[in-house]
Design a protein around this ligand. Structure first.
Ligand code: URA
Length: 211
């Protein structure tokens, strides 16, 4: 598994405002959107392309376009939905699938309650969106889902990660597939409730209000 931590002053600035408990939901949503677009730039560095011949007003030249099949973007509901627009802004031709996963607050296990994905993902580049890589349970379950459908090239875009979760994903992936995690920052640790410290709290609640 490859880990890429986006090291950029704009990322650090936006993340600091996100972490602040006084930042209201409306600002939080806007900042997540902007931050994801910056992370998407890093996450798509290895997106597959093909050469094309084009004619400019001045000459013919060889250019670059995204290859087929189209990349697949998969937000993990609920909080990953807040990252979708920021990602598809850079990848407008991507197909979008959905995975509904929830953490059981007692066992901390990931429960899948919805899925809308193509059956066959062989040859597809997949981008998972999940703001918080905490215990790693949800991300491992989501990666497993994609691998079972034939994907071998998966990039997870996260806002924050805990070292414990990164290790869990690393151990699960081994050399089964090419998996990359792109994250704005790696925090200190998990607390006893499996929240990332210092973190930003419950990403879903901060995006959408408590339901
Ligand atoms: N999920 C969140 O939304 N926040 C955390 O800190 C951990 C998991």
């Amino acid at each position: 598994m490859r880990l890429h931590v986006a090291d950029h002053p704009l990322v650090a600035h936006k993340l600091t405002v996100l972490r602040d408990v006084t930042t209201p939901s409306a600002t939080f949503r806007l900042l997540v959107d902007e931050l994801v677009t910056l992370l998407a730039y890093e996450a798509t560095r290895d997106v597959r392309t093909r050469e094309v011949e084009i004619t400019t007003p001045v000459a013919t030249t060889t250019g670059t376009k995204l290859a087929q099949p189209r990349p697949l973007v998969v937000p993990i509901l609920r909080a990953g939905l807040g990252m979708l627009d920021g990602m598809t802004r850079l990848l407008p031709s991507a197909e979008v699938g959905f995975l509904g996963m929830q953490r059981d607050e007692e066992t901390l296990e990931a429960i899948t309650y919805a899925n809308r994905l193509p059956e066959d993902l062989s040859g597809r580049q997949c981008f998972l969106l999940d703001p918080m890589l905490a215990t790693g349970g949800t991300l491992v379950a989501a990666i497993d889902y994609l691998l079972q459908r034939g994907a071998r090239d998966v990039t997870a875009v996260c806002l924050l990660a805990a070292p414990e979760g990164i290790k869990v994903v690393e151990d699960f992936v081994g050399d089964r597939a090419d998996v990359q995690v792109v994250v704005a920052a790696v925090d200190e640790r998990l607390n006893e409730k499996a929240y990332i410290v210092p973190g930003l709290g419950d990403a879903g609640d901060r995006l959408y209000g408590v339901v």
